[in-house]
Design a protein around this ligand. Structure first.
Ligand code: FMN
Length: 377
């Protein structure tokens, strides 16, 4: 038996205005929130002329018998052709076919000149490069307000498995699988919420920058070569001209690396800690001595729930001495998924653990963990 789980309440900040009278524009905006794919529906008239129109009103209706629908505006120039034709084909566009979508969304004389296609059922054009297509016999047409709804019985289908183009809010979109994040767990999935976490934290960074002051912020994940920057929020007083996405930081010397070393399982981090200690020995210490020293540093990091690196000398990365702090962000399972780090010129940022800036950084990292479903208790 599965254990019932609570469904998260919507965020309290969200307000919905319900309107019983509305302008067409407002209705269009609401309808536009329903994200769809994009199709080009085609047919061929009795004179042998091909017609095509971009349409996102396409929908499946029935599997047995196989029925689909789409609706066409009565003002559409190609309406008489579709009205009188016995067949049509629905071409589901791929995500690199925006130009094709725009092309068929405008009335023009010969829409098919320069377009690659093959002949489908009843001569309806089947466009090259689409994600999929359905060739149909028109079985019904229902006038509905300023549109007519066509029902088609699907006779032949084709599928290229190219990623489909999406459309929502009046804009083209690319549809990727959802990294379900916290909701995945509610359904019993153990998939990690990394992408959801990165999206959430990246969106929050400009606001966090305001809270912690004008300092360089970095979001980092644990990559296969150690702490890896996935996003930077620059400061008006830059600490380096070399900060870029994908930058791998030192595991033992950077605040970010120390945060991962303290809060990730040691079997994940120890090989890179050892490599760092071998490459950058501290005052000629051997690996064993380096490990003991670093272990002491990490104990302190664990006590504070926060990592730091103090007054690091100018280096190839930072051309000036900097202080930095880094706080862990956890997922709902209590795994550290990201580090939120802050760097500033040493003269602008006190290295004290109890300073305003590190305390705020720790608090915002805790708030992000909470949003990812982490509960400290
Ligand atoms: C993304 C998108 C979706 C559209 N969906 C529809 C639709 O479902 N039905 C429709 O009649 N027009 C739809 N249109 C508008 C037509 O493509 C447009 O009016 C086109 O000019 C019609 O071609 P025609 O005048 O040659 O018939 C859509 C346009 C876009 C850009």
């Amino acid at each position: 038996m599965t254990t019932p789980t609570a469904i998260a309440a919507p965020p309290t900040a969200v307000t919905t205005t319900t309107l019983s009278t509305f302008e067409p524009r407002q209705l269009r905006d609401v309808l536009g929130t329903f994200v769809t794919g994009v199709t080009v529906v085609t047919t061929r008239d009795a004179n042998g002329t091909a017609h095509g129109v971009t349409a996102n009103s396409f929908s499946s209706v029935s599997l047995d018998p196989p029925l689909i629908l789409w609706s066409q505006s009565l003002t559409s120039k190609s309406y008489p052709a579709f009205r009188d034709s016995a067949h049509f084909a629905v071409n589901i566009l791929a995500d690199d076919q925006i130009a094709i979508s725009n092309h068929f969304a405008k009335s023009r004389e010969d829409k098919f000149s320069g377009i690659a296609y093959s002949q489908g059922l009843g001569g309806s054009p089947v466009l090259a490069g689409a994600s999929a297509h359905l060739e149909c016999i028109k079985v019904a047409a229902y006038p509905s307000g300023d549109h007519v709804v066509y029902i088609g019985r699907v006779e032949r289908i084709g599928h290229s498995r190219r990623r489909a183009l999406a459309f929502g809010g009046g804009q083209y979109m690319v549809a990727y699988s959802h990294d379900l994040g916290p909701t995945a767990l509610q359904r019993g999935s153990t998939r990690p919420a990394h992408l959801a976490g990165i999206r959430l934290a990246t969106a929050a960074l400009p606001d966090i920058a305001k809270q912690v002051g004008n300092h360089t912020l970095c979001l980092a994940v644990w990559g296969n070569h150690g702490p890896t920057a996935v996003h930077w929020e620059p400061s008006s007083q830059p600490v380096s001209d070399q900060l870029r996405t994908g930058l791998v930081m030192s595991t033992t010397r950077s605040a970010t690396g120390r945060a991962f070393a303290a809060f990730l399982p040691s079997d994940m981090t120890q090989p890179l800690i050892d490599e760092d200690l071998r490459i950058y020995p501290f005052e000629n210490e051997d690996l064993a001595a380096g490990r003991i020293r670093f272990e002491r540093d990490i104990t302190e990091v664990k006590q504070h729930g926060l990592a730091r690196s103090i007054g690091a000398e100018p280096s190839p990365l930072h051309q000036i001495a900097v202080n930095a702090f880094s706080a862990p962000i956890y997922d709902e399972q209590g795994h550290m998924v990201m580090a939120l780090s802050l760097t500033a010129k040493a003269t602008r940022l006190s290295p004290e653990w109890t300073g305003n800036v590190p305390c705020t950084l720790a608090k915002v990292a805790q708030a992000l963990s909470k949003q990812l479903g982490y509960s400290a208790t």
